[in-house]
Design a protein around this ligand. Structure first.
Ligand code: BDP
Length: 698
């Protein structure tokens, strides 16, 4: 906090200078940049009283620069607004209106909604509008979230480490909770509320039973107290076998009455401490976690037992479909569908099935998961990974907006053309009341929260797309850049250009044309396409690319695993034929000869090499673009980004060289004319070892 105040002070001094130089900024403020530029404090009036309304006014006082009109905050049902006859029918509980209106005879800027938290969201929308250049004198916004549960999943462990976290230790200081409520918890809540995020799962899906003990419930309750006025509910990841570990029962069988009673009592205990507790997130029978399958019960049996425990309190269960088993010889990409599809209609009303965007595991590109659209009777939550486990950790610049947009806009064809994943997730396709979206958080104790300035954009994009999944990722990038870097159009244009090409660059240099899961074991850092010696076949990169002298790629058509049949027939038909499969997903679905003719006229091998080269070249171009804004961005954030881009360039080249060295060892082909030889031989790349890489238990 101290440092931030200092930063603001420096800003104010610097403002006096004729041509304001770039200012010191450690990124702590995220998109909540305080208004400083020669502003008169706006006139803000709150009608009505609540902690949340007070917070909303505080945000405006801090971040809104001079307003052409006095600002009035009020709930829509306040008698002071009756004469306006506001049309609130489409607002729901969280939607807001921000518009000019005459109130008590005074032309004003009205921020309203049906609830206090809707007003809070409206206040943030007003600030955002000002920072993105909207003329406040003519403002007229009405907006309601399309998705109900907009949730961050923290993979934070009780020992303070964060699974797949690259931004320092956990934000939660479990040791000093519940007594000490670090002011960062409030700043964290503010940042989320500004985006409309309304739920936080505070502990890792690989959950420890201890998180359900009385001391940890008290710690969760302390966080819930901080988050509540910001419209955010707390959720817990639950370990399925907790009745055994904590309750000393002999079983965790979901059909056992004692087990059911244990969970009911546990839920009652949690709700006594956290009356608005959101509910449970569960990873069951996946990667060694216990679950109902241990007792030959279905995932629905497991989910419904927990759902019954929280239902009397209005809670929900988010049950993950990320399952695959070493005992199942079938294509890993098929297993979640095989397991869950028959359970459609069997889940309790307060259960959502949470499905990763693709059928494997958060790879830089995956086709959309076939479960989307395939379980019409079940609310389906989309799980995205904001932390970049497979996209270069914190150091690589990879804006995930396009990845999120790609899956949201993917057309499942489940109810004809236009049955997008977004419409499955927002509940509109099948008329579900419950709807949700989850993002695996990229937040830790680093001063800049996310490990780099540009990683903040991924958190931001998740929140904004969760509110409105029809937004374009480019528009989101632009508004983020304006709030983060100010309004120099040259800086903004540069930043947006860099962002919009960055994710594709990562795809290009790590695994183009539908290749996936080629990374090093365990830590998932760097290339390892050669790895073939792990106990479970589907943990080995060779399982995914199936490269041999004749060709490369996973045949998921009829001649192979037939995973394509899990998609709706019109989608399946396109994917069954390599000529109609998008080239970006080609090797995900097909095993093709190295000399397969691509649309460009090149062979598959030549095309692969071209993609690797393009990926590295794009990073070099981002470096050049960033050099071009030196002096126009504050030195602290500029330098860290420049250095990270250097790391990214080195590592992009490493990925390219290591991958090509490996592919050549398999296909025996020479590099196309003009392509540079890998810097080292394959043995060198294979010998690299990273026992202390972050985000992974050592
Ligand atoms: C994988 C991660 C692992 C997570 C798992 C999950 O490597 O750390 O536990 O996803 O989502 O991608 O459960």
């Amino acid at each position: 906090m101290k440092k931030r105040l200092l930063t603001i002070g420096v800003c104010m001094i610097a403002l006096g200078a004729a041509s304001a130089p770039a200012l010191a900024n450690d990124g702590y403020d995220l998109w909540l940049t305080p208004a400083v530029a020669g502003t008169a404090a706006p006139d803000i009036r709150v009608i009505g009283q609540s902690e949340t309304l007070t917070l909303a006014a505080g945000e405006l006082r801090r971040d809104l620069a001079a307003s052409p009109l006095p600002v009035v905050l009020a709930r829509a049902d306040d008698p002071a607004l009756a004469a306006l006859r506001l049309s609130t029918a489409t607002l729901g509980e969280e939607g807001y209106i921000v518009r000019t209106a005459t109130i008590d005879g005074r032309p004003s800027l009205l921020v309203t909604g049906k609830t206090d938290r809707a007003v809070l969201y409206g206040a943030f929308a007003l600030i955002r509008a000002q920072k993105t250049g909207v003329d406040l004198a003519a403002i007229n916004l009405t907006s309601a979230p399309k998705i109900g549960l907009r949730v961050l999943n923290h993979w934070d462990n009780l020992d303070g480490s964060v699974e797949r976290g690259y931004a320092g230790q956990s934000l939660w200081d479990w040791w000093t909770l519940p007594d000490f409520k670090d002011p960062r918890y409030t700043d964290y809540a503010r940042a989320n509320a500004a985006l409309g995020i309304n739920g936080i799962v505070i502990n890792n899906v690989n959950a420890k039973p201890e998180s359900l003990t009385a001391p940890y419930i008290a710690k969760a309750a302390a966080l819930a107290d901080v988050f509540r006025p910001w419209g955010i509910k707390v959720y817990l990841s639950a370990r399925f076998s907790a009745p055994i570990e904590l309750g000393h029962l002999k079983t965790a069988d979901p059909l056992d009455p004692e087990v059911q009673a244990w969970w009911k009592a546990k839920a009652d205990e949690i709700y006594r401490a956290i009356p608005d507790f959101g509910g449970f997130l569960v990873k069951a029978n996946s990667e060694g976690q216990p679950g109902p399958r241990d007792y030959h019960r279905s995932h629905a049996d497991g989910a419904n037992m927990l759902a019954a425990a929280v239902a009397p309190h209005g809670g929900i269960v988010m049950w993950r479909a990320f399952v695959y088993a070493e005992t199942d010889p079938d294509d890993r990409a098929k297993q979640a569908y095989t397991e869950f599809h028959p359970l459609d209609g069997k889940f309790a009303d307060n259960v959502l099935v949470q499905v990763k965007n693709g059928a494997i595991d958060f790879q830089p590109r995956e086709p959309f998961h076939p479960l989307f659209g395939a379980m019409p009777k079940t609310p389906m939550m989309l799980e995205l990974q904001i932390t970049k486990e497979y996209l270069g950790f914190a150091t690589h610049l990879a804006y995930l907006g396009p990845l999120f947009e790609e899956v949201l806009k993917a057309d499942t064809r489940a109810k004809g053309t236009g049955s997008t994943v977004a419409k499955v997730v927002d509940g509109s396709l099948y008329g579900h009341k419950l709807s949700g979206i989850a993002g695996v958080a990229n937040v830790g104790r680093d001063r800049d929260w996310s490990g780099s300035t540009f990683n903040q954009a991924n958190w931001y994009a998740f929140g904004r797309l969760a509110w409105d999944p029809t937004l374009s990722s480019e528009a989101v990038a632009r508004e983020w850049a304006q709030q983060t870097f100010g309004n120099d159009p040259r800086v903004i244009d540069t930043v947006v250009r860099m962002m919009m090409q960055s994710r594709e660059a990562v795809v290009d240099y790590t695994g183009p044309l539908g290749l996936a899961h080629l990374m090093g074991t365990g830590h998932h850092y760097g290339p390892g396409p050669w790895i073939s010696d792990l106990a479970r076949p589907e943990w080995n990169p060779v399982y995914y690319h199936k490269a041999d002298k004749a060709g490369v790629g996973f045949d998921r058509t009829k001649t192979g695993s037939n995973a394509v049949a899990q998609y709706e027939p019109p989608v399946a038909k396109l994917l069954a034929d390599p000529r109609t499969t998008p080239e970006s997903e080609l090797l995900w679905f097909h095993h093709l000869p190295w000399d397969w003719k691509m649309k460009s006229g090149r062979t598959l091998w030549e095309e692969m090499v071209a993609h690797y080269d393009r990926g590295v070249a794009t990073v070099a171009q981002m470096q050049a673009e960033w050099q071009g804004v030196k002096g126009s961005v504050d030195p602290e954030r500029w330098q860290k980004t420049a250095t990270y881009l250097e790391i990214q360039h080195r590592e992009a080249k490493w990925w390219r060289d290591a991958s090509l060295a490996y592919w050549m060892s398999v296909n025996g082909l020479p590099l196309p004319a003009g392509a540079a030889a890998p810097e080292h031989d394959l043995a060198w790349y294979k010998a690299q070892d990273f026992p202390m890489a972050p985000g992974h238990p050592h």
